[in-house]
Design a protein around this ligand. Structure first.
Ligand SMILES: C[S@@+](CC[C@H](N)C(=O)[O-])C[C@H]1O[C@@H](n2cnc3c(N)ncnc32)[C@H](O)[C@@H]1O
Length: 125
């Protein structure tokens, strides 16, 4: 699949299905939260969730007081849904619509988190 098709695929997923209709939804992403806190980096750690989609990881990180959170996804619709859920709290988060293979960070991130995203990258490109 080329990049346009990959984006179209994921936009369609988020336009046509809600979180209870996809297999990867977690109410509490405990493994990820435990990993992140195990690093002991403090609440100022610069964290990016790659392919965050409409995951609730960002909700829980905000609840725990993390202050520098970015969420990146190829699907604008996915991030819109997450922002809508978070309401005013969405303003505390840096939202990035991008294919990860084209992303050029202008920041140093202490934590790159990925759950169920990088495994889609199966070709050299
Ligand atoms: C299976 S979902 C997992 C979502 C989220 N990480 C979670 O744990 O609930 C995969 C996510 O990766 C995103 N994605 C897939 N390929 C991507 C790419 N090349 N760049 C950025 N995001 C991508 C999709 O839009 C989707 O939100």
């Amino acid at each position: 699949m080329d990049l346009d098709n990959i984006k179209r695929h994921w936009e369609t997923v988020y336009e046509t299905k809600n979180s209870s209709q996809v297999s990867w939804t977690q109410e509490v992403p405990k493994t990820s939260l435990d990993f992140i806190s195990s690093f002991g980096l403090g609440k100022q750690a610069n964290i990016i969730d790659i392919g965050g989609g409409d995951s609730k990881l960002v909700d829980h990180l905000l609840d725990q007081g993390y202050e520098r959170i970015s969420v990146l996804d190829i699907s604008a619709k996915a991030l819109e849904k997450t922002k809508k859920r978070l309401g005013i709290r969405a303003e505390k988060v840096n939202w990035i619509v991008s294919d990860i293979t084209e992303f050029e960070p202008d920041n140093n991130y202490e934590i790159w988190h990925d759950r169920a995203t990088f495994h889609f990258l199966t070709t050299t490109e």
